[in-house]
Write a protein that binds this ligand. Structure first.
Ligand code: HEM
Length: 485
């Protein structure tokens, strides 16, 4: 079989890809060796900044198929007909470690989904946990600093991790979740995904609903114990990547069933929990799960760098009929992601194949910048309004407005009747079997007992006591044994 000719980046044939050019046999290199200079210079620029969180990840393409009628709640076109399919790209990730970390660690998992809809791309950037550690975005950089590497030791430090949590009682619910059995998924296929935040849906009549998304794995939940995780992470740092890649290559296509909890907008003000507090769930007895459709992953990306590393998901990519809720965390994220993308990938990242719309085209007056490709509007006018037939606005709001009142200021999220930092953490603990409780307590004590300062240990113990007296007592005893032993 004849092979194509090797060329330089400008397309000229390469004569020798094994020996660089020298001044005489055994002499110094020649600066005229364009192929050598280009190869070395390009190699130096192969890396881009890794994601500041969720650096390690795996992605796959597939589709979402509507199985149930939700047109009473949203006018989103991709959800308007039973049987309708929309192409998707999903990137899974771990959160805290850098690109060189391992997959089988105790950490939340990212579940970032891009729907390539006919009304533009809709990004739902969630986790495998229904809640989160904090409820105000102003704490996010401090939280992440405390969980990633210490500036002096260059390692994750139990002192920092638990010092942050000592000052964040609202994290007790998510800590209970993370230290429990679901804290180390066996693979990306064997875990659920959640939108986590509350979002707003608006139907064709303009009625608003608040919704929470639940993607339930059809592979069944499978998790690893701390010991199994440590062993696997040491043996195969890429265990989740291997599992997903090989399953799809074998034709075993993982799937999830999407359910939503739906709250009529008028019920939000008086619900017993603040529905916009990301540290809380809505018990299913209050708002039952309603099925929406099925998500299937059936195609691996051809190039991990181009399609996974350069993938950009932003919670502010909505489509008509879906919008944000007033959740402060979500509101902060509406800014943070696209800003991260402009730094990490550049202002024209939306033109990359994995990020560009697929079922429609982007028509706007954004122009120029680094790496502007695809002719960028070519000869068309680059201002609006214009008299030359350029794209125009619809005058149709994407989602319903919500009422606001009061004064501007740095307010804490309002507490509803049943709101405190501990009740739902205690409920989760009380739901667990005796064996689950034992493993939860051992996992917490394993980390907390490494903390060097007594006051930090005490503050954390107080949170578990407040969640449930039995929970607090057991953690306290286990920590004491480990610290004294
Ligand atoms: C205010 C709080 C938060 C801020 C400021 C924040 C910020 C960020 C930033 C800057 C990135 C990197 C984006 C990139 O470089 O492409 C990121 C990634 C990510 N975040 Fe957050 N985040 C927050 C909370 C959350 C929450 C609550 C969730 C889940 C419910 C979440 C899920 C994710 C996921 C899944 C990714 C990876 C996306 C991908 O695969 O490319 N984040 N976050």
């Amino acid at each position: 079989m004849s092979k194509p000719t090797l060329t330089t980046e400008s397309g000229a044939p390469v004569a020798d890809n094994q020996n660089s050019a020298t001044a005489g046999v055994g002499g110094p290199l020649l600066i005229q060796d364009q192929h050598l200079l280009e190869k070395l210079a390009r190699f130096n620029r192969e890396r881009i900044p890794e994601r500041v969180v969720h650096a390690r990840g795996s992605g796959a393409y597939g589709h979402f198929e509507v199985t149930d009628d939700v047109t009473g709640y949203t006018r989103a076109a991709f959800l308007d007909t039973i049987g309708k399919r929309t192409e998707v790209f999903l990137r899974f990730s771990t959160v805290a470690d850098s690109l060189g970390g391992a997959d089988a660690v105790r950490d939340p998992r990212g579940f970032a989904l891009k729907f390539y809809t006919e009304e533009g791309n809709y990004d739902l950037v969630g986790n495998n946990t229904p809640v989160f550690f904090i409820k105000d975005p102003i704490k996010f950089p401090d939280f992440i600093h405390s969980q990633k590497r210490d500036p002096f030791t260059g390692r994750q430090e139990a002192d920092n991790v638990w010092d942050f949590w000592a000052h964040a009682p609202e994290a007790t619910h998510q800590i209970t979740w993370l230290m429990g059995d679901r804290g180390i998924p066996a693979s990306y296929r064997h875990m659920n995904g959640y939108g986590s935040h509350t979002y707003q849906w608006t139907n064709a009549e303009g009625e608003a609903f608040f919704v929470k998304y639940h993607f339930k794995t059809n592979q069944g939940i499978r998790c690893l114990s701390s010991e199994q995780g440590a062993e696997l992470a040491g043996k195969d740092a890429n265990s989740h990547q291997t599992d997903l890649l090989e399953a799809i290559e074998r034709g075993v296509h993982p799937s999830w069933t999407l359910y939503v909890q739906v709250m009529p907008a008028a019920e939000a003000a008086d619900y017993r929990f603040n529905p916009f507090d990301l540290t809380k769930v809505w018990p299913h007895a209050d708002y039952p799960l309603q099925r929406v459709g099925r998500l299937v992953l059936d195609r691996n990306p051809d190039n991990v760098f181009a399609e996974v590393e350069q993938a950009a998901f932003s919670p502010n990519n909505f489509v008509p009929g879906i919008g944000p809720s007033p959740d402060k965390m979500l509101q902060g994220r509406l800014f943070a992601y696209a800003d991260a993308h402009r730094y990490r990938l550049g202002v024209n990242h939306t033109q990359l194949a994995v990020n560009a719309p697929r079922a429609t085209t982007a028509e706007n007056y954004g122009r120029d910048g680094l790496m502007a490709a695809n002719g960028q509007g070519r000869r068309a006018k680059n201002y609006e309004p214009n008299s030359y037939g350029g794209p125009v606005q619809t005058d149709q709001p994407l989602a319903a407005p919500f009422a606001v009142n009061g004064h501007t200021g740095t307010h804490a999220a309002p507490a509803h009747t049943k709101d405190d930092d501990f009740f739902q953490a205690g409920e989760l603990y009380r739901l667990m079997s005796e064996d689950e409780k034992k493993r939860l307590v051992a996992n917490i004590a394993g980390g907390l007992s490494q903390v060097t300062r007594d006051d930090v240990v005490e503050k954390n113990l107080a949170h578990f006591h407040a969640a449930d007296p039995d929970y607090g007592r057991r953690v306290e005893e286990a920590v004491r044994e480990l610290r004294e032993g």
